[in-house]
Design a protein around this ligand. Structure first.
Ligand SMILES: *Cc1c(COP(=O)(O)O)cnc(C)c1O
Length: 230
């Protein structure tokens, strides 16, 4: 049945790409497997998915040794500096960097691990008090502060749009994200390549694709409802 869920998501992605005149391979589907057991991840892996997203560093650490080594683990949730050690050698990208302090800590850990960690800057586009992320107007200056740090490479922006059952309501935020991404990209800041826009979840990924998402993060649509909120 997970296979059927995935197939439906893939069809919707294909249609959204077609509507937007985009190639399917411009959009990476990240299967958000938080709270889900390795058996379910294996099922989706068997269908050819290699990108999985988790929002708790410990969960990446626990699942990592139990699953194939060619899985790309995306760290998509809020990250505390004392948990960086769990993901620095396991994650392929950290989507949720929203402070210089966190970026400095990732930089330090990455240098120590002799790697370069791709990161996205999380933007609180809808200015929700409950959300992490930097405000849109503060994004460029944060990027300018983070860009020179060794061991990390800024590759774009990420946002978590408001929860809604009316995906059209989030179109404006996705559109503003795309604009912000282009504006910052045009500044040609050293060590910054604004090629990714991580936006769109189960409720709104089609709209996000239409507005330029290069990575969508789909959990419920593939794995079903989670038994507890994370
Ligand atoms: C849980 C989560 C998702 C997936 O949410 P669904 O609505 O289940 O698709 C995407 N992004 C982040 C950051 C998440 O924490």
């Amino acid at each position: 049945m997970l296979k059927d869920n995935l197939q439906e998501v893939e069809e919707r992605i294909a249609h959204a790409c077609a509507r937007a005149g985009r190639d399917r391979d411009e959009v990476l589907l990240i299967a958000v497997s938080k709270t889900k057991p390795v058996e379910m991840i294996e099922e989706i892996y068997q269908e050819g998915i290699r990108a999985f997203g988790e929002n708790h560093p410990q969960e990446i650490r626990e699942k990592f040794p139990l699953l194939p080594a060619d899985i790309q683990w995306h760290m998509i949730g809020h990250l505390q500096t004392n948990k960086i050690k769990y993901v620095i050698d396991r994650a392929c990208m950290i989507h949720s960097v929203d402070s210089l302090h966190l970026a400095e800590a990732i930089s330090k850990a990455a240098v120590k691990s002799d790697r370069v960690m791709p990161i996205l800057i999380e933007v609180n586009m809808a200015r929700e008090a409950s959300k992490f992320g930097v405000l849109p107007e503060e994004t460029e200056s944060l990027i300018r502060q983070i860009a020179p740090l060794p061991g990390i490479h800024i590759e774009g922006l990420m946002t978590i749009a408001p929860y809604t059952d009316q995906p059209e309501e989030n179109r404006i935020y996705f559109r503003e994200m795309k604009k912000l991404n282009i504006d910052i990209g045009a500044k040609n800041i050293d060590n910054v390549c604004m090629r990714h826009l991580s936006m769109g979840m189960t409720g709104d990924y089609e709209v996000a694709i239409e507005e330029g998402a290069t990575m969508i993060r789909v959990g419920t649509g593939i794995f079903g409802a989670r038994s507890y909120a994370r």
